[in-house]
Design a protein. Sequence first.
Length: 135
Amino acid sequence: MQTVTIRKKQRHKNRNNRKQTEKTKMKLENTKAQMRKGVLEYCILLVLDGEPLYASNIIQELKEAKMIVVEGTLYPLLTRLKNAGLLAYRWEESTQGPPRKYYELTDKGRKFLGELEGSWAELVDAVGKIRKNRA
């Protein structure tokens, strides 16, 4: 009788541990997603610095950098950046289907990117100091 009770308690404990591990994983994934979202606009501006790009090229570069992005996430950000005057777009004929919309930085966008780069450097430095102080 006592052995059965011990086994039940152990199963219950194992189940609770699995649930806690799942909750921790969910919190970690949520935090990582929030961190990516926080720098995504900056990364889009960086990707566009230098040459106009088609949306699928922007997505490809961001995916290669592990900044997982899908079209449903990218287009609202591009629209927001365009409405803020940081991006412009132009239509270009395509040999493979309909015309394509190419996005590029405006002068205001390049200036804004420069300011963000300074802020990013400060943020990386601050986090580095905190990490160094922990060690």
